[in-house]
Design a binder for this molecule. Structure first.
Ligand code: 5RP
Length: 236
């Protein structure tokens, strides 16, 4: 373990390290995005260097692709790999059904495509990400820039029609400008506080013209590996 880690980084590191034990030579591996996933990429790179592990990585963002290459991991596209053995990624929240909110790092679209194209998705998270009910973390949705204000209004209207009480919707910014994703889209963050029916909300959001994808991952995650600040790991 790297020396001098804060408890939160230690939690992320131990979860990442345990998840990498699931990877075997010959596997095609989806590489998630975010600070926890970055630990996983570093740990995987170490196994590639030290054990000569032969794997192919499919990154879920340009950031992850860059880090994976730096760590000596052979990187390819999903179209080249076609189907993956395993994807390991972080999450912003997970509940007891292993439903997730993702997209805090604005990579939800590629993350959902890659995880869905995998036999198994493992989520790695620090213990603070576990919730009774999803929604305290603002739900990100990816929308196309064309007519984004109309799409935002349609999302707000839909939330009213679903009797959602807390429904502040904000455009994610990068300084003075809208944040632009790897797919050249924008992100809306839905401040909902509680999501009573994640499955229904995920379906309804994706019906709105201009919405490309939402950050609710339902029935996609198979295992959550939880890291704790004292170095313990638990598995759900
Ligand atoms: C990126 C994501 C990340 O996995 C999520 O935001 C968790 O990030 P971190 O590990 O930095 O807390 O969904 O789009």
């Amino acid at each position: 373990m790297p020396a001098e880690l804060s408890p939160i980084d230690k939690a992320k590191f131990v979860a990442a390290k345990r998840a990498v034990d699931f990877i075997e030579s010959g596997m095609k591996v989806g590489l998630g995005t975010g600070s926890t996933a970055a630990w996983m990429v570093r740990c995987l790179g170490e196994r590639v260097r030290q054990e000569g592990l032969k794997i192919v990585g499919v990154p879920t963002s340009t950031r992850t692709a860059e880090l994976a290459r730096q760590c000596g991991i052979h990187v390819t596209s999903l179209d080249e790999a076609k189907w993956l053995d395993i994807t390991i990624d972080g999450a912003d929240e997970f509940d007891q059904n292993l439903a997730l909110i993702k997209g805090g790092g604005a990579a939800l679209l590629q993350e959902k495509i890659v995880a869905t194209a995998s036999d198994q998705m493992i989520v790695i998270a620090d213990a603070a990400k576990e919730v009774q009910q999803l929604g305290a973390f603002p739900l990100p949705i990816e929308i196309i820039p064309f007519g984004w204000q109309t799409s935002k209004a349609l999302v707000e209207e839909m939330l009213v029609s679903m009797d959602v009480l807390a429904r502040d919707v904000t455009l994610r910014m990068n300084g003075e400008r809208p944040l632009v994703t790897d797919e050249s889209n924008y992100i809306l963050d839905l401040h909902l506080k509680r999501i009573s029916n994640p499955r229904q909300l995920a379906l309804v959001l994706n019906q709105i013209p201009g919405v490309v994808e939402n950050g609710l991952f339902i029935d996609i995650c198979d295992i959550v590996i939880i890291g704790h600040g004292d170095g313990r790991v638990t598995v759900r």
